[in-house]
Design a protein around this ligand. Structure first.
Ligand code: 9D3
Length: 259
């Protein structure tokens, strides 16, 4: 897969692709990442890439023409058509289903905005889809592009080894992960749950599934809405609730009761 990043800071996104799982994907030739800077396609002594918004107001808007030339250049360098994704706060929220869909594309052009955003005429003419990574304010699309590239790289065939295998991941089955423990068995902070030391693999698998279901129900009930649990899963969730195991961390959003 080839990804072209169109950004005023393309080396920033490329750096993120140099480490860890993504770096390995690039080294193995499973993923190629290229940067294109609209400033290299801007005109005049000042190489302007932005201008003041019509209608007034604060901030600047990215100009159409340097972006059009940058996208055309990236498309040509990649040798053919590519899906153009604009990382933008107005986009649909990225989720694992969206990552899977984009990971199946042979070519992507990721467009990162800066300032207040991009002239809307360019968005309508050249962008296939707008994506946000969540409801918080960032300074530009570069970190969101790096997030998307990381998630996509993990799904490329041959990137993950067995231990890292994506199929077991949280969200691949729509549930949060179970808790994990390692040595020592006894620690001042507590003991490891006995079941994990039992050697009974079926019992361990059932316990882990119960924890995944219970923690999802407690922490992310939205992930279970509109999903019907199998009889076995429903029984495990009921057992988790009956066990009333462990306190859940306090919700920092919750209002404290006044004494
Ligand atoms: C403070 C500026 N805001 C005016 C009301 C609008 C605004 C413009 C540009 C807010 C953020 C940005 C830059 N953000 C992105 O380019 C971005 C983003 C994000 O901020 N959050 C989550 N996902 C994304 S994808 C791209």
């Amino acid at each position: 897969m080839r990804i072209d990043v169109v950004s005023l800071f393309p080396e920033f996104v490329a750096q993120c692709a140099a480490f860890g799982v993504v770096g390995r994907a690039v080294e193995r030739g499973l993923l190629a990442i290229h940067g294109t800077n609209p400033r290299d396609h801007a005109e005049g002594n000042y190489r302007r890439v932005d201008d003041r918004p019509f209608g007034g107001g604060p901030g600047m808007v990215m100009l159409i023409d340097p972006l059009r030339r940058a996208i055309a250049s990236a498309r040509q360098a990649g040798g053919g058509p590519a899906r153009v994704v604009y990382l933008s706060p107005q986009g649909r929220r990225l989720d694992q289903a969206g990552v899977r869909r984009l990971a199946a594309e042979p070519r992507l052009i990721l467009l990162c905005g800066r300032y207040e955003g991009i002239d809307e005429r360019f968005v309508r003419a050249e962008v296939d889809e707008e994506l946000s990574i969540g409801d918080y304010v960032l300074s530009g699309g570069e970190l969101p592009a790096a997030v998307l590239i990381d998630a996509i790289a993990r799904l490329q065939e041959g990137v993950l080894n067995d231990a890292e295998s994506a199929v077991q991941d949280s969200f691949e089955d729509g549930l949060l992960d179970c808790p994990h423990y390692t040595r020592p068995v006894e620690h001042a902070l507590g003991a490891v749950p006995n079941v994990l030391l039992s050697g009974d693999h079926a019992r361990i698998a059932r316990w882990r599934r119960m924890q995944a279901l219970g923690r999802t129900a407690e922490r992310r009930p939205d992930l279970l809405e509109g999903r019907t649990l199998s009889k076995a899963d429903a029984a495990l969730l009921a057992q988790y609730r009956a066990d009333a195991s462990g306190p859940i961390p306090p919700d920092p959003e919750a209002t404290q009761a006044r004494p």
